[in-house]
Design a protein around this ligand. Structure first.
Ligand code: CA
Length: 184
């Protein structure tokens, strides 16, 4: 059981913390190596190796993120423009969509929910050979679009890191205030 004094001290620390103006996430939270593309932060696994969809999902998790969860035309456009600007034109890149749980029912491994947005390339998803259950992006008709492909095949990958920071701010004498915030 905490003593009354300890409780008062705890409340005081909380009140001091509540008066702090929270900075923008970019100001205090180190998102590197993720880079801001549009309104989200991404990291493209490309330089060292290609990996299958499962390995990509795991690698993104080890980085504190998840495979890219594309939720809107704006996000798709921003990613596509970035990939083209960086010369990824020949690359195939894994993202979070998959229908491993139920054929033709695409969900996100990042959220567990149905994907809210699709930009399939022409004729996709075709589940060619009855064995294409993981989503990747490729350049088709001048923009990056979605395709279903065999999950065990190797490609590059796009990880996304949620903008959910856990920062520490020194209050100058009253101790370290743990500040958590989420910005989206
Ligand atoms: Ca396909």
């Amino acid at each position: 059981m905490r003593s009354p004094i300890a409780l008062i001290a705890l409340i005081s620390v909380f009140l001091v913390g509540s008066t702090i103006t929270h900075p923008a996430p970019e100001a205090d939270c180190d998102m590197a190596p993720f880079v801001k593309i549009g309104e989200k932060y991404y990291f493209i696994i490309k330089d060292k190796y290609k990996l299958n969809w499962f390995m990509a999902a795991h690698d993104c998790l080890t980085m504190g993120g998840h495979l890219a969860n594309i939720e809107s035309a704006e996000e798709m456009d921003a990613l596509s423009d970035y990939l083209i600007s960086k010369g990824y034109n020949e690359d195939w890149l894994w993202v979070a969509g998959n229908d491993l749980g139920n054929n033709r029912e695409f969900k996100s491994i990042a959220t567990g929910k149905h994907l809210p947005f699709f930009r399939w390339s022409n004729g996709q998803p075709d589940n060619a050979g009855g064995n294409e259950h993981c989503m990747h992006l490729w350049l088709r008709d001048d923009v990056f679009r979605m395709n279903d492909w065999q999950c065990h095949q190797k490609a590059h990958a796009i990880c996304e890191r949620p903008i959910k920071c856990h920062c520490f701010m020194n209050t100058g004498g009253s101790g370290i205030i743990d500040v958590r915030f989420t910005h989206k």
